[in-house]
Structures are given as C-alpha cells and as structure tokens.
Design a protein around this ligand. Structure first.
Ligand code: UDX
Length: 426
C-alpha cells in the first residue's frame, strides 16, 4: 500500500519503519528541515535500539522523507497523523494535529483514510474532519489507530503488538486498516474512534495507577518492615491483577504517562466527572520524589549540604535518551537546592540532559563519577548500573551509601560488602 506518515518523531518514525518493513511504500512528511536532512542521511535524532538499521535498510527504496505535504500525501491511501499533543495546563494541545489535518486536506487522494495515531481526546476526529472538509476537494475518512509502544522497545512493540485497536466509522475504513495490519500479531479490537481514543487514555492511566499503588504499598512496607517485592509478587501472581507495572521506586515519568494522566483528568473534568482515582495516582507519583529525597537526607546523616552525591541514570527509563518528565530532574534539582554537590552520569542521555540541568557535574564513566562520593543514588536502571563492580565502588566512594530508586540491587549482598543500603519498600 502507498502510505504517508505526518511527523518524524518517536511514533511517526516507528510507524513509518514498521510499515516499510512490512513491504509498503511509505513517505514521511516532517516540517523540521534539519530532521528531514538528517533522516535522509540515515541519522535519527534520538536513541532507540534497532531503528537505525531498519532506516538504512529501507531508505530511498520504499521509505522517503520530505518537507512537502503534497509529495508525501497525494498518492497515499492511508495517512497517519503522528504529531505531538503536548499538555497545556493539563489539556491536550491539538494545534499540531489540526495543522497537520489542514495541510493533508489540500493534497488528499480520493477516498483516503486519515488515521490519527497521536493520543487525542475522544471527539477529536469529528472536529478534525470538519476542519479538513472545508479545504479538501476529495472525500476522505478520519479513523483512529492508537499506538501502544514503549520507548526503548519501540520496534519490538510495534512489530509484536498485544492488540491492534482500530477505531473507524465505516466498514470500508476498518476493512482497509485490518488489511494493512494483517501481518502483525495481536488481538484486534474494532470500535468507534471515540472508543479507540479512550482505550489509549485508559491504558495510559491504568498502568500509572498500578505504579502509584505499588509505591503506596512500598511506603507501608517501609513502616511495617515488609518487603515490597515479596508482597507485590504475591499480589501480582493473581492473574486478575498481574505482576507487570507493580515495580515500586521513584515513580513514573516519560512522554506519555504524566501527560496522558493529566489529559484524562482534564477531559473528565470538562465532561463533569471528577476522576478522583486518577488525581490520587498523579499526586502519589509527585509525592514519591519527596519520599525518596527524605531517604537520601536520612542516609546522609540528616544533611546533604556540601555532600558529593552521584546520580546514576538521567533518562526517564533505560534504553532511551528521552528526558521528558524524567524523575532524575526533580531529584537533582531538589538535591542541588539543598546544597548537595551533584554528579550525574548516563550511558546515552547526557547531551539531552545538558539543556535541562545545569547545577551538576557530568561524567561519562560511573566509576569516575563515584570516586569520592558520599552517596550513590540510582535513578535509571540501566544494565551498566545493574552490573556495577561494587567491590570497586566501595573502594572509590568516600561513604558507602546506596540509595536504590528502582529496587534493583540486592540488599544483603551490598550490606555484606559494607554498604548502607536503602531501597523503596524493602
Ligand atoms: C508507556 C506505555 O507503557 C506504552 O504502552 C505507551 O504507548 C506509552 O507510555 P513508556 O513511556 O515508553 O511507555 O515507558 P514504560 O516502560 O511504560 O514506563 C513508564 C514509566 O513508568 C517509566 O518512568 C518507568 O520507570 C515507570 N515504571 C514502569 C515504574 O515506575 N514501575 C513499573 O513497574 C513500570
């Protein structure tokens, strides 16, 4: 099939690569000229395992990049809108989606299907179609196929979806979208665009809710002397609950959860529903930073002023350079505000982090960053940090104090080596 993708960000690029990989002809339109020239040269502006190889495999064969909407859109049977929907005071800002729609409308092929992949509130398709109809000469339909990929595993997730949700008004559109997705595994959910969009928001609200629940149980474990990992394993083994996303720690960040939770709270409010559960989810997540900072202060004998504290990991999770809503930022800012001398290290996110945090010293090598440190704070559970040589670390640090924000280390092993260890709920 001839396809167009609007927006070469995370979702757009992965969508384009996956459909190119499945044998379609894909043209990507992106308004940032630098991004287009980089992609044409085979360069991707963010770190995501595996994407580079697929890009090179399909570039200029069945995958093309352009700044020109009509070049990308005029022959496409299906056009994916994959532009950002940032939060403005909790509300999803749809201006990029509408702008994309208007530009698409001018070049549409007869009976094209415009698929909104960006996360948008239910009802967006109708207002988008209305705006587009004013400009379009040809007939078209607006459908919704939300994206559920995780950063760091984007390619795997996009090629092995657990489900493909197709929200379309007409049978013709759902049939065509089913055909396009046929090579992919996963159950199909065929529904209205509104339901599809709510499925996306509800999923991105439910998982954070599990995480905030886990963190609340962890706080109880800290007080009761129970181990949150044992407790939540025991809880999660009930299939109705499930073990995934019950990882206690410093809470969730990233480009989706915080934004989508805020957007769903806002959407609910706008429609007269007070989504108390979700508000508590967000509040619990915010409070988790203070909770963890208190642990750091306690472990540093009540004061972090002038103490050298090394933060391991900056990105919001491993295997990505993405710093959006990364938990490292509020933790580092608070430690700096309290007068600590903060050192930071990360395998890939340092250059992205440099624009966001300035009060710290950056290190490439974790061992160098830990030399002379009075506390080590694990924020992002990169493999490199899971496999640290703690005998060496013990010799390098001034004070052997480990704060484990992701509960990845073995308390007994570290204590045996002479470390003071604090996790979250264990
Ligand atoms: C998420 C959803 O998983 C994905 O389906 C959706 O399309 C986009 O949002 P992503 O943001 O890439 O994906 O990361 P994810 O792996 O879900 O983690 C999000 C945050 O939650 C991270 O900060 C992570 O550290 C945190 N997390 C995750 C926990 O704190 N505990 C857990 O048990 C799991």
């Amino acid at each position: 099939m001839e396809l167009a993708v609007v927006g070469a960000g995370y979702v757009g690029l992965v969508t384009a690569l996956v459909f190119a990989q499945l044998g379609n002809k894909v043209r990507v339109v992106e308004i940032r000229a630098k991004r287009v020239s980089d992609l044409k040269a085979g360069k991707i502006h963010f770190y995501e395992p595996g994407l580079g190889e697929i890009l090179l495999r399909h570039l200029d064969k069945n995958l093309f990049f352009t700044n020109d909407y009509s070049e990308a859109v005029s022959k496409a049977e299906v056009i994916f809108i994959c532009v950002g929907t940032p939060t403005r005071q909790g509300r999803a800002d749809l201006s990029f989606v509408y702008a994309a729609g208007r530009s698409i409308a001018l070049s549409l092929k007869e009976r094209a299907i415009v698929v909104v992949k960006s996360t948008v509130p239910p009802g967006t398709n109708r207002s988008l179609a209305k705006k587009m109809k004013k400009l379009a000469k040809n007939s078209f339909e607006v459908a919704s196929v939300p994206e559920f990929l995780r950063e760091g595993r984007a390619l795997w997730d996009a090629l092995h979806p657990m489900r493909v949700v197709i929200g379309a008004e007409s049978k013709t559109a759902s049939k065509k979208l089913l055909a396009l997705h046929r090579p992919l595994p996963g159950k199909r959910v065929i529904c209205s665009p509104e339901s599809a969009q709510l499925i996306k928001y509800a999923s991105n609200a439910f998982l954070p809710m599990k995480i905030s629940f886990a963190n609340s149980i962890a706080a109880l474990c800290d007080r009761l002397g129970a181990d949150v990992e044992d407790v939540l394993k025991g809880v999660g083994l009930d299939k109705r609950i499930g073990v995934d996303f019950l990882g206690a720690g410093i809470g969730y960040g990233g480009s989706c959860f915080p934004k989508d939770v805020a957007a769903l709270i806002h959407l609910s409010q706008r429609h007269g529903h007070n989504f108390r559960l979700l508000k508590a989810t967000a509040k619990t997540n915010e409070a988790q930073i203070d909770y963890f900072i208190k642990k750091i202060i306690e472990s540093c004998q009540g004061d972090v002023k002038e103490k050298i504290i090394t933060v391991l990991g900056l990105s919001f999770k491993p295997e990505t350079s993405d710093m959006r809503e990364a938990r490292s930022i509020p933790i580092i800012n608070e430690l700096s505000r309290l007068g600590a001398r903060v050192r930071v290290t990360d395998p890939v996110a340092i250059s992205e982090a440099k624009g966001l945090i300035s009060t710290v010293e950056f290190f490439k090598d974790p061992y160098e960053a830990l030399t002379g440190a009075e506390a080590m704070v694990l924020v992002t559970e990169w493999k490199d940090y899971q496999m640290l040589d703690f005998k060496r670390v013990k010799m390098l640090m001034k004070e052997p104090v480990v704060l484990d924000g992701r509960n990845i280390y073995n308390r007994k092993q570290l204590e045996k080596l002479g470390f003071v260890y604090k996790g979250v709920g264990k």
